[in-house]
Design a protein around this ligand. Sequence first.
Ligand SMILES: O=C(O)CCC(=O)C(=O)O
Length: 259
Amino acid sequence: MSFDDERTRGYVLLPRLFSPGETAALSNAAESALARVTGHALEGKTEVTVWPDGHRLETVDGTTVHWEPDARPPAVRSLAPVTHLEPALDALWADERLTGPMRRLLDVDRLGPFTSKLNFKRAGVGSAYHWHQDYPYWYCCAGPDARDIATAMICLDDVTADNGALTIVPGSHLAGPAPRDRAEPTGLLVDAARTDVGGAVTIEAPAGSVLMFPGLIVHRSGPNTSTRDRRSLLLCFQPAGRPTLARLPYRSELLADLP
Ligand SMILES: O=C(O)CCC(=O)C(=O)O
């Protein structure tokens, strides 16, 4: 497929970009960051926030721990940002295998980091992500610069529909910000009744693969109903020289600019 087609489709899948050995090393780094951070959280060294949808978030070690809402025993849904927690994760910002395709996707010469995240989606308890674009959340921090941010999602495990693969609406980024669901408490999710989600594709891929997509693409993922974890590491890039997400205040009032 030509690059023009990738631009139109809006996402790029790079199968097995990382070798099994590299993927295992990244998974070990992810698990050791998680163990350290949750250890500190259990010692009570955190600031706790409860989101309007009831999800519990705790900030510790410069990262936010987002707990699975219904898992017993407790399980972590995500950590963000994360690359500062482990050198092996931090090194990825300069990995040409990621930065080359990402520079082309964003059409810029020099990249910088925006934020990073680990989604754990554990076997049997990893919960769904409803239809959304990343753009509204980032817009509340970065304003219109949020248009120039895209994610590289590194699959740390084999990804299948039953362990919660991402489903993407090809080309949806071209329509700009989608109508948001006004009845939903966070105000950040897409109103799927007013958005064309026909033609959505579920992206299955082996561990070590990377999926790249811009913040305006409409996507969702199902719960992990399998017996296999579906962990992924997300690096969000932007043009060099701009502030990272951690340096920007969250201004929910900016949501009023969006449909
Ligand atoms: O990991 C997933 O299943 C969903 C990722 C996503 O959409 C997000 O973290 O915003």
